[in-house]
Design a protein. Structure first.
Length: 401
């Protein structure tokens, strides 16, 4: 009987398996877990209005507070990170002992505590161990209920929540653990990708500058030896040094330009991340065509980045769809990139700087840009917005400037 919120704003909600980052997230997560304590109404009513002595009521209230506190601490902490097995088992054993003691001494209303013991086992223990403890807890519930003067319908009404709640929480626990593992795996993949990129940069810089710098060093030493007696030859070596250094500088600039050039697969992944962070549901292709020429791909990548930025910042959309469609036209094959959202639409008819920049880039590769409103239904007064970029994928591409 625990819950964990997922999705939405990072300021309000706590992701599956992720510890709260601030006080607000802490209380949101506590609310989702504590809301299931509504089933504690029976023992609370028994403490307040039951036929017990003052000492029994005081001890019952103390036992209930301790039980709830131990349950909340166990489930709250374990949903964000796995605790030590011995600590979990000790806490569950303590909860079970309290449930037995309070049920035997205070009566039928306290049998509900066994439901929380079963749920705690399902939420915190591995499936193999929980599959034994949940039926065992339910069996103890039935045994205590039958040995005392308890209505059988109450026992039956509690056994099913104990079994179903316990086994349901094993599924929730497995989902949380899987989410944590996927998040860690994604972070590992990102780290490996960054390491590979650094290695590639190191190799490229070595290949670009290693030979040039060695040649500059050699010619500098040679010019230094020639300078006193052969100034003409030394000047020739200095001229060679200048030529080599200029070529090395040009090579470095070309390499840096290549590193800075956006790619369509990279922008698709960045768009997916940006829309998810903004709480916008997205439909985005998992991959881009692999044979797209370099210049058209760069133009589409810039266009996609600008379009997604506009959706995130200005549209107020709840859903955004990105499609990549190859088409055959009279002028030859083209690749069409369409970004459509269900937001409020553009504020006016004048194109902004972003759209103007996209149109200029497209013109350099003989591409086209079109925009259109997207209707959300006959009763809607507003509309979404769709941006469509088309670039030729044949051999007759513009060279650009």
């Amino acid at each position: 009987m625990s819950g964990v919120a997922d999705g939405g704003s990072h300021e309000t909600y706590v992701g599956l398996g992720r510890p709260p980052q601030d006080r607000r997230q802490f209380f949101v997560k506590l609310l989702w877990i504590g809301i299931w304590l509504a089933f504690m109404g029976a023992p609370i009513t028994d403490v307040a209005h039951g036929d017990h002595t003052p000492w029994a009521r005081a001890l019952g209230a103390l036992g209930l507070v301790v039980f709830v506190a131990a349950y909340l601490v166990l489930v709250f902490r374990h949903t964000s990170r796995a605790l030590a097995r011995t600590g979990v088992l000790a806490t569950i054993g303590f909860l079970a002992a309290l449930a037995v003691t309070l049920s035997l001494t205070l009566g039928t209303p306290w049998l509900v505590l066994f439901v929380y013991v079963a749920v705690s086992a399902g939420a915190t223990l591995p499936m193999r161990l929980a599959c034994w403890l949940i039926p065992l807890t339910s069996g103890v519930l039935v045994l205590i209920g039958l040995t005392g003067d308890h209505p059988r319908e109450i026992i039956t009404a509690l056994v099913f929540p104990a079994l179903l709640g316990g086994f349901a929480m094993t599924g929730v626990r497995q989902m949380i653990r899987t989410t944590i593992e996927l998040r860690e795996a994604r972070a590992t993949v990102a780290q490996l990708a960054a390491n590979e990129e650094r290695l590639r940069l190191a190799r490229d810089l070595h290949d670009l500058l290693g030979h040039s710098l060695s040649l500059i060093t050699l010619k500098s030493e040679l010019a230094g030896r020639m300078l006193p007696g052969q100034p003409e030859l030394a000047a020739a070596q200095v001229a060679d040094i200048e030529q080599v250094s200029r070529q090395a500088l040009a090579d470095v600039r070309d390499a840096v330009s290549g590193y800075r050039r956006p790619t369509l697969p990279g922008e698709l992944a960045a768009a997916r991340t940006a829309l998810a962070a903004a709480g916008i549901a997205a439909g985005i292709p998992s991959e881009a065509p692999g044979d797209l020429p370099e210049e058209p791909e760069e133009v589409l990548a810039w266009g996609l980045r600008e379009a997604v930025t506009n959706v995130v910042r200005h549209s107020g959309a709840r859903h955004c769809t990105v499609t990549l469609t190859p088409r055959q036209t009279l002028a030859g094959p083209v690749l069409e990139l369409r970004v459509a959202d269900d937001g409020r639409g553009p504020a006016g008819t004048k194109a902004g700087n972003g759209l103007t920049g996209i149109a200029e880039r497209l013109a350099a590769v003989d591409g086209t840009l079109s925009t259109e409103p997207v209707s959300r239904g006959p009763a809607s007064t507003g509309g979404g917005f769709a941006l469509t970029l088309r670039v030729p994928t044949g051999s007759g591409l513009g060279s650009g400037e």
